[in-house]
Ligand binder design. Structure first.
Ligand SMILES: NC(=O)c1ccc[n+]([C@@H]2O[C@H](COP(=O)([O-])OP(=O)(O)OC[C@H]3O[C@@H](n4cnc5c(N)ncnc54)[C@H](OP(=O)(O)O)[C@@H]3O)[C@@H](O)[C@H]2O)c1
Length: 254
């Protein structure tokens, strides 16, 4: 059993979707959780109350992770409340689905700042708090198959996920010896608010479901959160700088 009692976790974009499932899993395992959100204040607060009903501490923090000043303020607030950070789940992504010919410089910057620079800002701001962790601190970033495959309307997002995975490897190189593990969870197609905006979402989901190599299962946010939980725990201490795919085998076959 994974026991995270006494550990402090921050989940960015914890108010909805996969981030919310990560908050639930980490709190179930005993962690105190800081729930970052941008617009879904009610959802974040309702989730925090659910965490507290489990007997864990919870804090909600509004911060735009694409803005380094917001990230720094969030980590300062977290430090004042908890004094350290053991688990950082960098889950937020943004950018929207569009063709590359329609992508403006503003779209490019927003996508990269939200999906890539955020992890760098978070790590830099969290570093003194991660160093306070007893045992290894764990940083987990969220990626997708767009990092290494070409998908319709996914050019900017895919390029940002490739850069994110590279950033994780280089952070592992620089900070691994100091007691911080950096890994990536690469999720297959999961029903969340964001995937509702996929062009031809229904068709995409049906095709993906047909490709799963697991019997009578759909991929859910909780499946992705289970892998995050593993990477947040001491069971994964020797996993460093890796990408773990959670897609039910959908991309394994031709
Ligand atoms: N769903 C999939 O099929 C899938 C597949 C592979 C990878 N992923 C990855 O999994 C992660 C989560 O995806 P999801 O589908 O769960 O997304 P989602 O349901 O759209 O949720 C996005 C979350 O991010 C927050 N957020 C958005 N922009 C933010 C910002 N600038 N600063 C702070 N918070 C921000 C939202 O907060 P508010 O609601 O408060 O605004 C919300 O909590 C992403 O990295 C995504 O690329 C998803």
């Amino acid at each position: 059993m994974i026991d995270l009692r006494g550990r402090v976790a921050l989940v960015t974009g914890g108010s909805r979707g996969i981030g919310r499932a990560c908050v639930e899993r980490l709190a179930e395992a005993g962690a105190d959780v800081v729930i970052n959100y941008l617009t879904s204040r009610e959802a974040a607060q309702e989730l925090a109350r659910a965490v507290e009903r489990r007997g864990r501490r919870a804090l909600t923090v509004k911060a735009d992770v694409s803005e380094p000043e917001d990230v720094a303020a969030m980590l300062e607030h977290l430090g004042e409340r908890f004094g350290r950070l053991d688990i950082l789940v960098s889950n937020v992504a943004g950018g929207g689905f569009r063709s590359l010919l329609e992508a403006s410089p503003r779209h490019f910057e927003a996508t990269m700042n939200t999906n890539v620079r955020a992890l760098l800002s978070l790590t830099q701001a969290a570093y003194p708090l991660l160093k306070q962790s007893s045992g290894l601190a764990k940083v987990i970033a969220m990626s997708s198959h767009g990092s290494h495959r070409a998908l319709p309307a996914y050019g900017l997002l895919g390029a940002s996920k490739a850069a994110l995975e590279s950033l994780v490897r280089h952070l592992a190189l620089e900070l691994g010896p100091q007691g911080i593990n950096f890994n990536v969870v690469l999720a297959g197609l999961v029903p969340t608010d964001s995937t509702q905006h996929l062009p031809e979402a229904d068709k995409f989901f049906a095709a993906n479901q047909a490709r799963l190599l697991v019997r009578e299962r759909e991929l859910t946010p909780a499946d992705v959160a289970n892998t995050v939980l593993y990477l947040a725990s001491p069971l994964s201490d020797l996993i460093q700088g890796q990408v773990i795919v959670v897609d039910g085998g959908a991309t394994l076959h031709g």
